[in-house]
Design a protein around this ligand. Structure first.
Ligand code: FAD
Ligand code: NAD
Length: 404
């Protein structure tokens, strides 16, 4: 009998956890597992804001995929997925190959949501990948170098705008605010010349999060020199700045660097696949399959699942993507063995957001954490993930808390 072909697209949290669990659960004769990813490394998206600000080298964030997969069981292909053709059960790669599958797992992650706002794609940066983070880091340094070397000393070169005070924006601000004093020293720039502005359309930072924790984060960031423009929306991004609106009032702010962190949507490849995606996200069945497609599972930021308690979608997070990877692997094994699939129920332990080295806020199992304790918790969470992915060896290699 032919072995069933399992094809996993994307080696983010969802895809890589599906793959390592499949390789644990299935023997070599049970299935043929193939993983396709754009790069030969997996990266921790949850650390990218540090790479973008330049407070953590990107090599700490990425993990060679060969180090976490068993090459005797998983065929790993470095290529970019171009198209999913569910009618003939194939996937077309940019390199020219076409792969066939019996079971498909779509874990292609997210892209920035631009909400049709003009100029974002052309002129703003977004923290989406190792390459994107490297570009932001290099650009920030270039702004400082250009300012120092120029005669006119244009203020906008040292004005950094962050669009959106969600968790990504707030975490990036924490790192940037820590990096700026170092850059000022390195490029002989007075600190007061630098402006870091956060523009948030909603009535406050981190909408919906615990107010006491939000206050702690905002106060800390303000003390480090971040200016918040709350209740203010970015309406347009231009080559040299942004157009803002607050109610009826419009304002233009000149800036050489706009980082757009005002929301995400699922992968455009998932959107184009005709498997029921809206803004790149498929509202999956209870067992993580795309409705009407019994052979297609969707994980991570490409999947939409509803929190029944509030009848709203769960925010897409690594925490959920990892858990989905485990259940999807189990469900594929069940299908291969002719058994019933299981329902995915997220086990939300809480949320911890970093605010720069040694600082964080967190709500874990209903308890609030601030400052150093929250920062320690965040590192423990990161280490737990590394342990689940690659055991103690990976924790020792890539972990943030070193025990030895
Ligand atoms: P991703 O982790 O984005 O991975 C997608 C993978 O697919 C990547 O390897 C990519 O290279 C690959 N890929 C994409 N397109 C293609 C293609 N066409 N062909 C081949 N390969 C492709 N969540 C938390 O729970 N806790 C946090 O602390 C947290 N912090 C965050 C910090 C930042 C700065 C950001 C941006 C997000 C954070 N999140 C956090 C959210 C979390 O990172 C995402 O929900 C999570 O990464 C989604 O996992 P995923 O597997 O869907 O996709
Ligand atoms: P988000 O959707 O959570 O936040 C985006 C913010 O941008 C919102 O506050 C929104 O009001 C604001 N906004 C939208 N349009 C705007 C405009 N035109 N001008 C100004 N502000 C605007 O997006 P995110 O922060 O990128 O997070 C994406 C996902 O990743 C979320 O699910 C989040 O929970 C998760 N995440 C989690 C963590 C963590 O747990 N530590 C860290 C980062 C991201």
């Amino acid at each position: 009998m032919n072995k069933p072909k399992i094809l996993v697209l994307g080696a983010g949290y969802g895809g890589i956890m599906t793959t390592v669990n499949l390789q644990k659960m299935l023997g070599r004769d049970d299935a043929q597992i193939t993983l396709v990813n754009k790069h030969n490394y997996h990266y921790q998206t949850t650390w990218l804001h540090e790479n973008a600000a330049g407070t953590l080298h990107h090599d700490n964030t990425r993990i060679p995929i060969d180090e976490v997969i068993n090459k005797n069981k998983v065929n790993f292909i470095v290529d970019t997925v171009k198209e999913i053709k569910h009618e003939d059960k194939t996937v077309v790669l940019e390199g020219g190959d076409t792969l066939t599958y019996d079971y498909l797992v779509v874990g292609l992650g997210f892209e920035p949501a631009t909400f049709g706002i003009p100029g974002i794609k052309e002129h703003a940066f977004s923290i989406t990948s190792i390459n994107a983070a490297r570009k932001i880091k290099a650009h920030i340094e270039y702004m400082f170098a250009t300012y120092s070397a120029s005669k006119e000393k244009r203020d906008e070169l040292l004005t950094f705008i962050v669009g959106g005070a969600g968790f990504t924006g707030i975490e990036f601000l924490g790192e940037l605010a820590n990096r700026v004093p170092e850059l000022c020293k390195e490029y002989d720039v007075p600190r007061e010349k630098v402006r870091i502005i956060c523009v948030e359309a909603g009535p406050g930072a981190l909408p919906g999060f615990d107010p006491e924790l939000v206050e702690y984060a905002v106060n800390l960031l303000e003390r480090k020199g971040v200016e918040f423009k709350i209740g203010t929306a970015i309406k347009e991004v231009q080559e040299d700045g942004v157009v803002l609106s607050k109610g009826e009032d419009m304002e233009e702010v000149k800036s050489g660097t706009i980082v757009w962190s005002a929301g995400v949507q699922g992968s455009p490849v998932c959107e184009a696949a005709d498997i029921g995606a809206m803004r790149g996200r498929v509202k999956v069945n209870a067992d993580m399959r795309a409705p009407g497609h019994d052979d297609i599972f969707v994980v991570g930021d490409c999947a939409l699942i509803i929190n029944e308690e509030i009848d709203r979608p769960y925010p897409p997070t690594a925490q959920i993507a990892m858990q989905q990877g485990v259940i999807v692997a189990k469900n594929i094994k069940a299908l291969i063995n002719g058994e019933n699939t299981k329902t995915f129920k997220p086990d939300i332990k809480g949320t911890v957001a970093s605010l720069g080295e040694g600082e964080a806020i967190g709500l874990v199992f209903g308890r609030k954490y601030f400052g150093g304790t929250a920062s320690f918790l965040k590192k423990m969470i990161d280490n737990r993930y590394l342990f689940l992915l690659g055991g103690i060896g990976l924790v020792l290699k890539k972990g943030k808390l070193k025990f030895f």
